[in-house]
Write a protein that binds this ligand. Structure first.
Ligand SMILES: Nc1ncnc2c1ncn2[C@@H]1O[C@H](COP(=O)(O)OP(=O)(O)OP(=O)(O)O)[C@@H](O)[C@H]1O
Length: 284
């Protein structure tokens, strides 16, 4: 078992990336808060100081910048203005959360950040790429290489095992076959499913299925992981396990995670919370 140190809520901090230096913080009681989850060997090695040194990442340079973004949809002969001027930055190794009432525009924004859709106005820069200027093919190419998606409903192939589901995503991402075996093993170990690799989705709990979905989403080593309500279908214990896995992924895979949630308990582990009201951010 591995200890997971729960991050403190850091909403009050400015836009600079908070909590991204990898330091561990005590819980509100001043004690380290313990969450138990099957150990991720890569994380264990890191904690034990036996892992190889990871490359240094400059966490002060945004991975993604959204500036003045607006998105409308044609509805019933008029325009529905969903996003009304969004500015945000996501930094390397940050866990960012979007919260807001149903219909406030969170998924619409996540789709834009992930290059699945384009804004009517404003700019989206992801690394050196200007998403608002890219054509569909270019965005698809960048997305396949650099971005991973996790959905509320797991989206696993029901007849394939956990292993085969993750392997399929590597095949579809065009990753050379020689890399499949070590990477699938690593990803499933990272999400705590070393002993469930050959189970099919119906033989796994909801939380385990979501962790297979996470392994699938990170298998091609994206730098940004986007998750639309990844804990909505899970009970609170399984939701906490998914958040624990997200923290491990940030530390060991050096990814940035941006997710939507309605759950205030889940928000406590965020480095940054963006609150959306009627297509705009408030208090952020
Ligand atoms: N393609 C579309 N065409 C027309 N309207 C759309 C489209 N996509 C989203 N909308 C509308 O935009 C608004 C925001 O939707 P969105 O899914 O972004 O909200 P949300 O905050 O993610 O909600 P929830 O928490 O329920 O998932 C909704 O009123 C929705 O009906």
């Amino acid at each position: 078992m591995v200890r997971w140190l729960r991050k403190k809520k850091q909403q009050a901090e400015p836009a600079a990336p908070s909590g991204t230096s990898g330091e561990k913080k005590p819980g509100p009681s001043g004690q380290e808060e313990l969450h138990t989850l099957e150990a991720a060997p890569a994380l264990q090695a890191q904690l034990a100081g036996t892992a190889p040194q990871l490359p240094v990442i400059d966490t002060s340079v945004p991975l993604l910048t959204v500036s003045g973004v607006e998105r409308s949809f044609p509805v019933g002969g008029g325009q529905l203005h969903v996003l009304k001027g969004i500015d945000m930055s996501l930094y390397p190794m940050q866990l960012a959360m979007l919260k807001g009432r149903s219909g406030s525009g969170k998924t619409t924004l996540l789709n834009l950040i992930g290059g699945l859709d384009q804004p009517n106005k404003g700019e989206i820069r992801f690394k050196e790429h200007l998403f608002h200027q890219c054509g569909d093919n270019e965005r698809t190419y960048i997305r396949r290489k650099e971005i991973g998606f996790i959905f509320q409903s797991f989206a696993l192939m029901p007849l394939l095992s956990a292993w085969e589901n993750v392997e399929l995503s590597m095949r579809m991402a065009g990753i050379p076959r020689s890399q499949w075996k070590p990477r699938v093993t690593h990803c499933l170990e990272l999400v705590g499913l070393a002993k469930r690799m050959h189970h099919r989705p119906f033989e796994l709990s909801g939380g385990e299925q979501q962790r297979v979905a996470i392994a699938k989403a990170i298998a091609h080593k994206p730098s940004l992981l986007l998750a639309d309500e990844p804990t909505a279908e899970l009970d609170s214990q399984m939701g906490a396990q998914v958040m624990s896995v997200f923290r491990d992924i940030i530390e060991t895979e050096r990814m940035t995670i941006c997710m939507t949630t309605h759950d205030p308990t889940i928000m406590e582990v965020a480095d940054r919370v963006f609150e959306m009201v009627d297509g705009k951010f408030v208090n952020s």
